[in-house]
Design a protein around this ligand. Structure first.
Ligand SMILES: CC(C)(COP(=O)(O)OP(=O)(O)OC[C@H]1O[C@@H](n2cnc3c(N)ncnc32)[C@H](O)[C@@H]1OP(=O)(O)O)[C@@H](O)C(=O)NCCC(=O)NCCS
Length: 448
């Protein structure tokens, strides 16, 4: 066993420490047990394999020591663990250093003692040292609010269809599309599709070609995050799009997580044929016990134009019909806004606020922000403690301002939801909607 790169003594004799490659089997086994769905006997091996990948293969952005283990020396067991992924997101082209806590759990005998809270303190401190302007996690309902997170960034809605209701090739129909497994030689094409898709999103994830390569080709087949990458080809072999497909025969379901076409006309022209090719592919799959894929779920960013063409064939099933949300933490909102200011002020052009000069106080009651504009430029963003509510241009309870910063809600929607969210007048409300428009993000490559 190697000496961990860092350790921390906790109460009750517990030790918090960095994970190391030697922990791979034990931590994979622990995570598979802890993330088992309640009421089932099957360990979540897909989380176990994800963990093993992280500790045994070089990860493009996250070393093993960014995975935290809490151990009880009294019995030598792992009793709690989390991981912290280092990422860069993009806000309309502006890089935003981002940290992503994940794979969070505590053994049932050690719960409600603050073990996860202490690991979040460590990860938030890493974030501070590394200049992360935001943290985000997709997680269980409510829990992460307790660590300063707001469910502020929309996730894609899952749409599901029965495979036998998807469009089907006619007997004599020419195949104008075929699906072939992607190889590393396709990485340039996939990366170009991703870059093009970023222009449609508020936030998206900056991923290098080699990181896309890791995500598509280097994971264990059984990892929660692995899927089969497919190129959508025209009959003449020309690549027209890309798709991630994950058929899981034991549960007779398949999922597609990403469908991107080269351009809008390819999307219009080829979506129906792609569904036909997909149906043919899924219907051909079977295992030794005779299981077949019965349903296909699409978990695709709303920023992707393919949605409007899919809608004819897919039905929203409750309970997944309502989109879930990322938990977002912004440790220093002034710093984030200063970073993305060029994108914010660009939106004033051509609007009644063009060339704005003056101060604009955003209050979230205990704290606030004073935005200073000069000739349409944001020249100052200062923290204010106990802002005077009579002077505030707009007021938001708790962390709800983040709903606008992350594009999830308009000011009117927040005003409707929270009686203590208000603006001095419609002018201030409109300025806020101009600076922070409601807009979807694309976080597909955040799944490190
Ligand atoms: C949810 C889980 C990670 C909590 O771990 P834990 O070590 O008990 O968490 P902590 O004690 O640090 O919890 C911090 C706070 O949340 C509270 N809390 C604990 N479990 C909670 C839950 N399921 N929901 C809401 N609050 C919870 C604690 O009481 C504590 O409150 P306090 O700080 O005001 O005292 C643990 O129950 C678990 O592993 N569950 C199964 C796996 C899972 O769901 N992981 C999360 C995947 S996103």
């Amino acid at each position: 066993m190697t000496t961990p790169t860092w350790t921390k003594q906790l109460a009750d004799g517990l030790i918090m420490r960095a994970a190391a490659p030697e922990d791979a089997d034990r931590l994979a086994d622990y995570n598979a047990r802890m993330h088992r769905d309640p009421g089932t006997e099957i360990d979540a091996f897909w989380i176990g394999e994800w963990t093993r990948d992280l500790l045994t293969k070089p990860h493009p952005t996250t070393p093993p020591e960014d995975i935290i283990i809490v151990e009880d020396p009294a019995n030598g067991e792992i009793v709690s663990s989390t991981a912290y992924f280092n990422q860069t997101w993009s806000y309309e082209g502006i890089p935003v250093p981002f940290g992503r806590p994940e794979i969070v759990s505590t053994h049932p005998d050690y719960r409600n003692r603050g073990l996860v809270r202490q690991q979040f303190d460590v990860m938030h401190e890493w974030g501070r040292q590394r200049g992360h302007l935001m943290q985000g996690i997709t997680g269980i309902p409510y829990y992460y609010r307790q660590f300063g997170y707001e469910m502020a960034l929309e996730m894609p809605v899952m749409k599901t269809a029965r495979v036998d209701e998807l469009p089907k090739w006619g007997d004599a129909e020419d195949r104008d599309v075929r699906l072939r497994l992607a190889t590393r030689a396709d990485l340039g094409f996939v990366s170009a599709l991703h870059r093009a898709s970023q222009s449609r999103a508020l936030f998206s994830v900056e991923v290098s070609e080699s990181e896309i390569g890791y995500q598509l080709f280097d994971r264990d087949r059984r990892s929660a995050l692995s899927a089969q990458p497919h190129i959508i080809e025209r009959a003449n072999g020309e690549p027209a799009g890309f798709m991630l497909l994950k058929p899981v025969l034991p549960i007779e379901q398949a999922e597609t997580r990403l469908v991107e076409f080269k351009d809008a006309s390819a999307c219009r022209e080829l979506t129906t044929s792609t569904l036909k090719a997909l149906r043919e592919r899924l219907e051909a799959l079977t295992d030794e016990s005779g299981k077949r894929i019965k349903t296909l779920s699409a978990f695709i960013s709303g920023t992707c134009p393919v949605h409007q063409h899919l809608d004819k064939n897919f039905h929203n099933f409750y309970p997944s019909a309502r989109p879930y949300a990322w938990y977002i933490r912004v440790p220093d909102i002034a710093r984030l806004l200063k970073t993305i200011a060029p994108a914010l002020v660009k939106r004033l052009k051509g609007r009644p606020h063009e060339g704005l000069t003056g101060e604009f106080l955003v209050s979230y009651y205990r704290y606030g922000l004073n935005l200073k504009f000069e000739s349409g430029m944001l020249t100052g963003i200062d923290h204010v403690q106990w802002p005077d509510r009579h002077l505030a241009a707009v007021r938001f309870p708790d962390l709800t301002f983040l709903q606008m910063v992350c594009g999830r809600k308009s000011f009117a929607e927040l005003h409707e939801m929270f009686p203590d969210c208000s603006a001095k007048s419609g002018v201030e409300a409109d300025l806020l909607d101009t600076l922070f428009p409601k807009r979807l993000s694309n976080t597909i490559f955040a799944m490190s």
